[in-house]
Write a protein that binds this ligand. Structure first.
Ligand code: DAT
Ligand code: MG
Length: 152
């Protein structure tokens, strides 16, 4: 499986509820490599670019208001199949369908307060990583246990 990078955002409710460590720990325990991480307050301009695909939908204004309402933690995860694995670990967008064991299935009840964003495909991942991180904020490094986590 090809090595990929994907963008995650621990949303305002995740920071406010003290779930940043819990969320990051799950990806670390899975074996994914953090190659970028920062805390920030998203501006309305950045939010509108990030959520451009949702412009015009009934929940769009609320979505932008919410994501800009309080600080977030943004990260880039790397690993084989990282995009799909991250989506699977997040759980479904619809609360009733977010399986227990997923981040949303364990910590969220409401679609608008669902703790985490993750890129939904290769094009989105590339676009979103570039929106939130400059190239020099992403780190290339080797972990000492990599041979026990990933095959050739
Ligand atoms: P996901 O975050 O699972 O990729 P999405 O891209 O369809 O889901 O939507 C982005 C965010 O917008 C989602 O995390 C929460 C919010 N949202 C989606 N559908 C919604 C709805 N029907 N009502 C309110 N908020 C919604
Ligand atoms: Mg999405």
């Amino acid at each position: 499986m090809a090595t990929e990078r994907t963008l995650i955002i621990v949303k305002p409710e995740g920071v406010q509820r003290g779930l940043v460590g819990e969320v990051l720990a799950r990806f670390e325990a899975r074996g994914m490599k953090l190659v970028g991480l920062k805390m920030m307050q998203i501006t309305p301009e950045l939010a509108s670019r990030h959520y451009a695909e949702h412009q015009g939908k009934p929940f769009y204004e609320g979505l932008v208001a919410h994501i800009t309402s309080s600080p977030v933690v943004v990260g880039v995860l790397e690993g084989p199949g990282a995009i799909a694995i991250t989506r699977a670990m997040m759980g479904s967008t619809r609360p009733a369908e977010s399986a227990p064991g997923t981040i949303r299935g364990d910590y969220a009840l409401s679609v608008g307060l669902n703790i985490i964003h993750g890129s939904d495909g290769g094009d989105a991942a590339q676009r979103e990583i570039a929106l939130f991180f400059s190239p020099d904020e992403l780190v290339n490094y080797t972990r000492s246990n990599e041979r026990w986590l990933t095959e050739e």
